[in-house]
Ligand binder design. Structure first.
Ligand code: DC
Length: 265
């Protein structure tokens, strides 16, 4: 796993944070965003990364990339050992960009292919294997070690960075997530499956199937960390979700040292 080559592309606002005057607060924190498919995690993560000048890392893309390689190698998604061997021979890189991650699988750009329905289903299946998850988690920790990242996934706040400074669990009712995903596919065919590839009903069914697998797997099931801030976006607008999340991040950022300067006597 190589680190993103162009962090500046994710920092258009060039935010700078002063050294923290408060113990325990890092000026380059880890922001963990977890939640089920279709809750709007990627949109929120991309926004927060731009807003605060952090890197945006979509960990689901790593599971998708490995799943794609498993498909290409005709592997059984239920067999962990061959998948692990495959992982050990695989290089997955995420390049954060303004609106999301470019995904490189063994140096090949697979950003679009990994969004296809067959890869989506396969990613959910390969991600149940504990040792494979350990391999992914090790790489994700290395990527986020220096802080200054918004890391999005299913287990970031519970397993990858249990000590993340800000944890957000973004949820929404399945029907709402399904219809958002359908609309997203219809208006964004470049990054998602073609609009007519799946009907709204099929999207909801797929989403619920993935939900069930993600929530019920033995290792690191999808659930909010005990100290996560749960945002249910079912009846919130995107702006409302963003406002709440920004408030949480701001509350954890290092305070401006200027505010601690005593006035001249
Ligand atoms: O976020 P996504 O839809 O791209 O994720 C694809 C699959 O990868 C998802 O069904 C579950 C798995 N995943 C995971 O188990 N843990 C993560 N941190 C991210 C994704």
């Amino acid at each position: 796993m190589s680190t993103p080559p162009d962090p500046s592309s994710a920092r258009p606002f060039g935010s700078r944070f002063a050294a923290s005057a408060e113990a325990g607060k890092r000026d380059r924190p880890v922001i963990a965003i977890d939640g089920p498919a279709g809750a709007g995690k990627s949109t929120l993560a991309a926004h927060l990364a731009r807003r605060f000048g952090f890197l945006n890392l979509e960990t689901g893309a790593m599971y998708r990339a490995l799943a794609l390689k498993a498909i290409e190698n005709d592997l059984d998604f239920d067999e962990e050992a061959p998948l692990l061997t495959l992982a050990s021979q695989t290089n997955i890189a995420l390049e954060p960009h303004r609106d999301g991650n470019r995904v490189l699988l063994d140096k090949q750009d697979v950003s679009r292919r990994v969004r296809d329905p067959d890869v989506t289903a396969a990613a959910s299946r390969v991600s149940i294997h504990p040792q494979l998850r350990a391999w992914m988690v090790a790489q994700q920790r290395a990527l986020g070690l220096a802080g200054g990242v918004v890391m999005e996934g299913r287990d970031i706040g519970t397993a990858v960075f249990p000590d993340a400074e800000v944890k957000i669990f973004l949820d929404a009712a399945p029907e709402v997530r399904g219809s958002r995903r359908f609309q997203q596919n219809s208006i964004a065919p470049i990054t998602a499956a073609p609009p007519d590839a799946l009907t709204a009903a099929a999207i909801l069914r797929d989403l619920q199937e993935r939900d069930s697998r993600d929530r019920n797997r033995v290792d690191s099931p999808l659930r909010p960390a005990v100290d996560a801030n749960v945002i249910d976006s079912t009846s919130l607008t995107l702006t409302e979700v963003i406002d709440r999340a920004e408030e949480l991040v701001r509350a954890h950022l290092a305070p401006d040292p200027a505010r601690h300067t005593l006035p001249p006597t």
